[in-house]
Design a protein around this ligand. Structure first.
Ligand code: HEC
Length: 198
């Protein structure tokens, strides 16, 4: 049995969801010779980046449209090749997770090749339908969580380096977490600590 848990941060959660077989190794032949934004790159951004890289969310710029993404092309290549983005701290060689926002080797190579070939836009007709997101400051997994745990308030200065406070909030349970999410109490709360479920 699993339940959705409203306190844990996505990044820090101990994800015990569905471990199944190892994915087949990615072959370079899965990488298009001339990738375009609309056909090849946007579907990857929709899957792995737009949860954070869209207006109102935590990431510093949007990856919704070509015009928004294009100025970041160099940096995007650096960050996906180094696997700094998307943030995913689980070992990709052990099992398969659901949901799993990490990129396959072929997806990383597709983005790298797109940047190396001048980051072309491509035909707008190739673009997938835009993703529809839940409203800001609502639960992002589309339904009410089964359990909401409130942490002690944390005051974060308006300016300064990233903070990693470790507030404790008892859940009273030991269970499988299927999905976890921080919900800031107000729009003034921007960067949230990750949390562990034990
Ligand atoms: C879980 C949220 C999240 C996801 C998913 C995510 N990002 Fe990010 N990204 C961030 C945050 C927050 C920052 C700024 C802080 C930092 O650099 O660590 C960032 C920074 C970046 C930067 C660096 C910008 C700079 O200052 O140079 C790039 C490039 C980037 N992201 C690209 C991507 C791409 C491409 C994807 C998808 C393949 C992705 N990100 C997925 C949250 C996310």
């Amino acid at each position: 049995m699993s339940f959705r848990f409203a306190f844990v941060g996505v990044v820090g959660a101990v994800v015990t969801a569905a471990v199944v077989t190892l994915p087949a190794a990615d072959a370079k032949k899965d990488v298009p010779a001339n990738p375009t934004f609309t056909k090849d790159v946007l579907p990857i951004f929709q899957k792995a980046c737009q949860d954070c890289h869209r207006p109102g969310q935590m990431a510093p710029f949007s990856l919704i449209s070509y015009e928004e993404a294009r100025p970041w092309a160099r940096s995007i290549k650096d960050k996906v090749v180094s696997r700094y983005m998307p943030p995913w701290h689980l070992d990709r060689t052990i099992g398969e997770y659901s949901p799993d926002p990490s990129l396959s080797d072929a997806e990383v190579e597709t983005i790298a090749r797109w940047v190396d070939t001048g980051a072309p836009k491509g035909d707008p007709k190739d673009a997938p339908q835009p993703r529809v997101f839940p409203a800001d400051h609502t639960w992002q997994f589309g339904e009410e969580p089964d359990l909401i745990v409130t942490s002690p308030p944390i005051t974060i200065p308006a300016n300064g380096p990233d903070l990693y406070p470790e507030p404790e909030a008892a859940t009273g349970r030991r269970r499988t977490v299927r999905n976890g999410r921080h919900q800031a109490p107000s729009k003034k709360s921007i960067r949230l600590p990750s949390a562990r479920v034990t």
